[in-house]
Design a protein around this ligand. Sequence first.
Ligand code: AMP
Length: 211
Amino acid sequence: MRIIMMGPQGSGKGTQAKRLSQKLGVPHISTGDLLRAELAAGSDLGKAVASIIEAGRLVPDEIILYMTGRRLSQPDCAPGFIADGFPRNLRQLLELPAVWRADHAIQLWIDTQTSIDRLATRINCPGCKAIYGPKTPPAKPGVCDKCGAALTKRADDSASAAVIQRLELYWTEMPPVLEYFRSGGVLTTMNGDQPIETIAAAIERLVARPK
Ligand code: AMP
């Protein structure tokens, strides 16, 4: 099953994508996580994109298309995947055949103030990529419940200019992508300002429904 998770920053799409990936047994592919792994490894690609990510701008499409094309061609993606963070604009959609025939494209909708508030308070695990917030704190402050790594705050969540830039990009670049999935009859928009469990249950019902 191919599922595209979409939503403005802080909407909870990463959290839901991880859960759904475990539930369905298909990989969760986050372009943000792939890029942050390159940054952490200090690779040439990581060095090339560091300042772009920090400023909240979009990494050039060529890099994203190369990276996602390479990842999606791996055998574990044959039964499907959960896409988190791509396509981010019309060109990425048009050049990624793997996402054209998505079974579901799910947008978690939250308003801009909620995005800003959530990004200001979320902390991440650099190891297993778990995400924590005020409503979902780790049992021991600063330590990941799942893998024990020290939690960190993303640099692009800390700078308000980068946060505003990312949100603006979401709302300007995504309408044609959303329209593509809407006209294909696979788009579902859900209220992202609900408890994690409520949204997870709604997503599970949606993907279990016969087409
Ligand atoms: P995310 O973890 O999805 O919030 O992504 C973090 C940052 O990585 C974004 O602000 C962009 O700089 C970059 N990025 C992630 N996915 C993409 C993409 N599909 N296209 C361009 N840039 C991306």
